[in-house]
Design a protein around this ligand. Sequence first.
Ligand SMILES: [Zn+2]
Ligand SMILES: [Zn+2]
Length: 823
Amino acid sequence: MNEQVYQPREIERKWQQIWEETDAHKTNEDEKKPKFYTLEMFPYPSGEGLHMGHVRVYTIGDVIARFKRMKGYQVLHPMGADAFGLPAENAAIQRGVNPREWTLNNMERIRNEQKRLGVSYDWDRYVATCLPDYYKFTQWLFLLFYERGLAYKKKAAVNWCPTCNTVLANEQVEDGKCWRCDSEVTKKELNQWFFRITDYAERLLQDLDQLEGWPDKVKMMQKNWIGKSEGAEVVFTVPALEDTKISVFTTRPDTLYGVTYMVVAPEHPLVPQLIAGKENEKAILEFIEELKKVNEITRTSTEVEKVGYFTGTYAKHPLTGADIPIWVANYVLMDYGTGAVMGVPAHDERDFLFAKKYQLPIKIVVQSKEGEPYTLEQMTGAYTEDGVLVNSDQFNGLNNREAIRTIGEYLEKIGKGKLTVSYRLRDWLISRQRYWGTPIPMVYCETCGNVPVPLEQLPVILPEDVVFNGKDNPLTTSEAFVHTTCPKCGGPAHRETDTMDTFIDSSWYYFRYASPHEEIKPFDSRQVNKWLPVDEYIGGIEHAVLHLLYSRFFTKVFYDAGLISFQEPFKSLLTQGMVLKDGAKMSKSKGNVVSPNEIIEKYGADTGRLFILFAAPPDRDLDWSDSGVEGSHRFLNRVWRMVQQHLETLTQTYPYQVETDAEKELRRMIHLTIKRVTEDIDERDNFNTAISAIMELVNKIYVYPEDGNKGLLKEAIETTVILLAPMTPHLAEELWQMMGQRESIHKEKWPTYQEEYLVLDEVEIAVQINGKIKGKMVVPTSYSKEELEKEVLSDPRLEEWKAGKEVRKVIVVPGKLVNIVVS
Ligand SMILES: [Zn+2]
Ligand SMILES: [Zn+2]
């Protein structure tokens, strides 16, 4: 017979074209079927195209989507582009290109690369956040937030990246550096738009418990970011300033009697009054100037030395009335809590070090319950364990945990404080002084102030007559954009020139996919309630706090606004590991980048997909290996040849008989492989072990006797090709057609296994010691002499049978008995 050679490039091109022409990946809406929404995080259309990390995410998502379709689900599997962002604007500044064209070209290129991977996206639902038909609704949603009191403008010292020339959200500052460009972040006083995410802090925290399908690590990161702490607000007064109040937040009101000093942030509004005319006034003013150059992460880091100055003024302790010296120090921030903290050196490590450094008094108020009481002289650090209260008036003897509540309630009773909850989470700073983003739909009128743009005037279109000089916000350079009329009074007004953080665009795109052509509203609630929450979301762990937290916030706001009927957007989350080369992350500077196109050209997309799935479980890092790719390619060739060899068998019908041991074994392998592959994909996302199982089945087919039943052989080969279809869709489709099938393999029903065929045939054998029967064993009929011997010698009853004697010889009669000679 004339055998064809496996030529992936031709096959892949052919099927990609057919799939496109036949709309093969259009969402198979069928209300009788259960729904499944599988989603991969959409890419930023950079100028570099896709890298292997993308290929990995898309391949994982595609296997799940194809598998679920074959399992009888209606599946939503969409794709889009997170298309606003700084690189487009930088290209405009550096090379004079139009950001819109630059972005659209990149989008086109990436779409083509995704198509070449054979990913089954419903392209009809493609969404690009930079196009007016999308950002119109990002603006619509901003107005919804505004109307609900969740968008507000305020003047604040905000994170500023001098390189990107824009402000950043707290979530976008990593170790004091800009998440995008790694520049040192500074502070700048600006009038900015915020989203009131803090209103949702408690719900964002509580609902993490519902997310059973999320990795614990991600939930923990969000929990820490929200940073709930319970404690009390305590009011100190300053007698020298007519009893002006200074509130502090503490998680340890039980240690209130141990306060020996207090510290206010250098930015605290009372500082000028506290230091006026005092000895340290000049030094403190200089210190404050110095601190403006340091960002808050550095300021509060444990490695930075704590520096402080005594203001010269005292506060009055709310319970004892004692004089408490007020200090100013670098480690207290105005943004967190109340901008003032109490110093309890005996029971807080940081306070202990500070008190030692500046020779401030230390007062023990929690004493250990066991053994001898410890003394000040013995202390080499703070005592932070639990214990009982001492030196605390009427609270002496209380368990310190109880005292948190007792003292908090007492403060409340005497009007000197209250029990409180505080969060580390801050409101989300969303305005950016950049061009390539969604314009904020607000105007300013001398008479009316901030006025929202009416819904019917949306979208506020990004103007093109702007100047990119690398300094000013380009939007401020378009006269036609800036000058407008007030929607309220009709007088002259000017537009907001800040654009929105691109993380707003990506906070709701997965809603848009459910009804991408909706023109009146951001989405059709009925469609959204049908498809969402997303059943499986796949993307990188780097979005654990940013994108995933913001998306949860948006979902809750939509729920509160009555737009949707659920409160969490992503049921299950898969965070894939990185793709490494020689143990390091692929990067241009290291010169270890393997480009997807290169692999597709040389081996075909199916080989690339198979390798990526086979090399590691999805949540682990994957080390790229050329020999691994070769191995995957060889395996696909092996499958190809197997089908070629049996083409005649595969296109005919045979009586189906299972009689011999070899036939029984092949049937067992078919059913076992179906079981393993199904469970690996469905329950564990373990594609690597699913592929191993298929490889074992292929091995069995190769050793199947020539005179074995052909009907069974046909079933084995068909099963192999069907099980491979989600992973190597082009190859499977081509082989399926060669086997005489008319319909697409991707419309086949996923095979099921029968439990009864999984059982190995078994036989009972006798175990003898020196010719005398001692016991019986049930073993598989297929066991070889060696296997039988091994099984018997490892039987726990053997010790008793041989009664301390040594084994001299083992005689095996397969299917009958094992005789052990001892002496
Ligand atoms: Zn930056
Ligand atoms: Zn007006």
